[in-house]
Design a protein around this ligand. Structure first.
Ligand code: LP5
Ligand code: MN
Length: 241
């Protein structure tokens, strides 16, 4: 059955080899059978520049590039952890970088894909933070710093975020219903697929009197999560590593 796969929020890092092993097994078992693979952000726990010599990165690049060499295209949308992932690494992976919102026509279905963090509009602290770190000049300045300084700043950001999250109402860290309605209406799509919230679910919606679905990917902590889109179904599937 012809199908396309979507994943997000693997948060790959050297400290979690089981998740990396799960991802490599997923590529072999599932991705090589698909028409295409879309990675919707937070593939990595943090990304501080394509020049980071972390051995895990080359391992992941080689595995994804093998997909591309087998004729299966792979696309990437940035998450809030790996928004600095650049063309150099994307090329090493054989991945194509997509804009933060992308409409796909798949098997007669119109699908909007994104990471999902931009839908969390109630989280004003995050949206302010996001505006700051998405300033091109600041990103260029950060990327010009020595690696050890970038590592230190990223650690502080991660600690700052954990601390901020610990005192936030969990509700504001989910998508805002009006923001979801607005984006579905703007793009006139039947499906919205995203990650980020780590709240896997299929939400049946009604947008201007038309049925729609918001399908949310799960994070990869102790199991994998993928969405399989085909002519027959749009299925959210969790699976052991
Ligand atoms: O990431 P997670 O799941 O903890 O929470 C996110 C939001 N937090 C973030 C911050 C990231 O974790 C930081 C990752 C950095 C890695 C790459 C470094 C690149 C540097 C680029 C410089 C140009 O995304 C969190 C949301 C949550 O999702 C749910 O949606 O709530 O948002 C926040 O916590 C934002 C806080 O409100 C404020 C941010 C605190 C950061 C403090 C920075 C201090 C250090 C600066 C040193 C110079
Ligand atoms: Mn995220």
């Amino acid at each position: 059955m012809s199908h396309t796969l979507f994943i997000a929020d693997l948060h790959l890092c050297a400290e979690e080899p089981a998740i990396t092993a799960g991802f490599l097994a997923f590529l072999r078992r599932e991705a090589f059978q698909a028409d295409a693979l879309y990675i919707l952000g937070d593939l990595f726990e943090a990304w501080i520049g394509d020049d980071d010599p972390e051995p895990l990165h080359a391992e992941i690049a080689a595995a994804l590039n093998a997909l591309q060499l087998a004729g299966i295209p792979c696309y990437f949308i940035h998450g809030n952890r790996d928004f600095l992932l650049g063309q150099r690494f994307a090329k090493a992976c054989g991945m194509r970088l997509l804009p933060e919102e992308q409409v796909l026509e798949l098997y007669g279905r119109r699908v909007l894909i994104m990471h999902g963090d931009t839908l969390c509009t109630d989280d004003e602290g995050y949206q302010r933070f996001r505006r700051k770190v998405h300033q091109r000049w600041l990103q260029k300045l950060f990327l010009s710093l020595p690696l050890f300084l970038r590592q230190r700043i990223a650690r502080k950001m991660r600690d700052g975020s954990k601390q901020a999250n610990s005192s936030k109402d969990v509700a504001i860290m989910d998508v805002n219903a009006e923001a979801v309605q607005a984006v579905l209406s703007r793009y006139q799509v039947q499906y919205l697929i995203h990650g980020h919230t780590h709240r896997p679910a299929v939400h049946k919606l009604n947008v201007n009197g038309v049925a729609a679905e918001r399908v949310v990917l799960g994070a990869w902590h102790t199991q994998g999560s993928m969405i399989k889109v085909s002519a027959e179904e749009v299925a959210l599937i969790s699976f052991p590593f």
